[in-house]
Design a protein around this ligand. Structure first.
Ligand SMILES: *[C@@H]1O[C@H](CO)[C@@H](O)[C@H](O)[C@H]1NC(C)=O
Ligand SMILES: *[C@@H]1O[C@H](CO)[C@@H](O)[C@H](O)[C@H]1NC(C)=O
Ligand SMILES: *[C@@H]1O[C@H](CO)[C@@H](O)[C@H](O)[C@H]1NC(C)=O
Ligand SMILES: *[C@@H]1O[C@H](CO)[C@@H](O)[C@H](O)[C@H]1NC(C)=O
Ligand SMILES: *[C@@H]1O[C@H](CO)[C@@H](O)[C@H](O)[C@H]1NC(C)=O
Ligand SMILES: [Zn+2]
Length: 287
């Protein structure tokens, strides 16, 4: 809500955030521009179904809640040019009255989106990865809200009250990260070359956005539980709508994996619903 936080103004302080023609920013809308690519099969998610030793750290950074994942997991295959080690995951969400995923499917925004960030293993640190056009691989997972409780999200959900305010950190006992993914549909995903969705908006990300959402319950939703302000601030502000606006693809290829059902392809039920309403409305006005 603060002026300097307006995504349209990020370019003032971070020139690489300017969405210039020919640039490749994220997020994007995913729809009929998708191209089937038969060579994109499932990614190799090494260590994702193990329970690692040690601790993970959940932190409120003021603009998201981040889970630092320690060592032991890496991602490769599925058309990625190398092996990427998993470093952290974080979330984007909306508000009481709006959904907050970053990518949209046929312009439909999901309640939340989780990003699992992986850094190309040839890079010793993030600084050097941000210099490489394919330095990062991010796995994006849509999160839908249902009346069903998702036990797999409970250790994060339980820790949220301890990181309600900016700067707070809580340790979490590691669990198989696989549990947070749409486990039965990992071969269905979209792939394109884009950017970080927060400053410095580096255009160095190979995105894998899973087609099928995972889910949490209303009680597990982040909205209203997290503040962007410190505990002792004069005025507490809820952290909400921490997603960046949609960017044009400028002709970038956006691939659908071999097994993707291209759930967005063709005319969506939502579009038919809108068309129907427009027709009703025109009829009502007697135009
Ligand atoms: C763990 O993942 C590997 C490959 O991703 C898979 O072959 C294996 O069956 C999985 N193990 C369990 C217990 O799910
Ligand atoms: C399919 O994806 C791979 C990996 O991203 C890419 O190298 C290849 O050019 C794509 N194939 C087609 C036909 O576009
Ligand atoms: C918000 O998410 C819900 C649940 O997926 C969906 O039914 C609704 O259409 C979404 N709203 C928008 C504006 O995308
Ligand atoms: C990151 O790695 C690069 C390349 O090896 C090195 O030059 C740089 O000092 C490192 N930066 C930090 C902050 O560690
Ligand atoms: C998810 O995968 C299962 C098993 O392959 C399949 O039956 C189901 O249709 C998939 N879900 C969607 C929404 O594509
Ligand atoms: Zn993100």
């Amino acid at each position: 809500d603060e002026e300097h936080c307006d995504p349209y103004a990020w370019g003032d302080n971070y020139p690489s955030c300017h969405p210039l023609l020919e640039s490749h920013h994220s997020p994007i809308n995913l729809d009929h521009q998708l191209m089937k690519n038969q060579s994109l099969d499932s990614l190799h998610l090494e260590g994702f179904n193990l329970t690692h030793k040690g601790q993970w750290w959940l932190t409120n950074q003021g603009h998201s809640v981040v889970l630092e994942l320690g060592n032991g997991m890496q991602v490769s295959g599925g058309g990625l040019p190398g092996t990427y080690r998993t470093i952290q995951l974080h979330f984007h969400w909306g508000s009481v009255s709006s959904n907050g995923s970053e990518h949209t499917l046929d312009h439909l925004r999901f309640p939340m989106e989780m990003h699992i960030v992986n850094i190309k293993s040839t890079h010793p640190n993030l600084t050097s990865a941000l210099e490489d056009p394919t330095g990062l691989a991010v796995l994006g997972v849509f999160i839908d809200v249902t009346y069903l409780h998702n036990e797999n999200f409970q250790s994060i959900s339980n820790a949220l009250p301890s990181v309600a305010y900016k700067g707070q950190t809580k340790s979490i006992r590691p669990f198989p990260l696989m549990n947070l993914l749409p486990q039965n549909n990992l071969t269905q995903y979209y792939r394109y070359h884009g950017s970080l969705t927060t400053p410095p908006c580096s255009q160095v990300v190979l995105w894998t956005v899973y087609e099928v959402p995972t889910y949490i319950s209303w009680a597990q939703l982040f909205v209203k539980r997290i503040y962007s302000t410190e505990e002792l601030a004069d005025k507490q502000v809820h952290l909400q709508n921490n997603y960046r606006h949609i960017h044009p693809t400028y002709g970038r290829p956006v691939y659908a994996s071999k097994d993707a059902k291209m759930l967005t392809n063709g005319v969506s039920p939502l579009a038919i619903f809108y068309l129907f309403n427009v027709l009703l409305f025109i009829g009502f006005l007697n135009i």
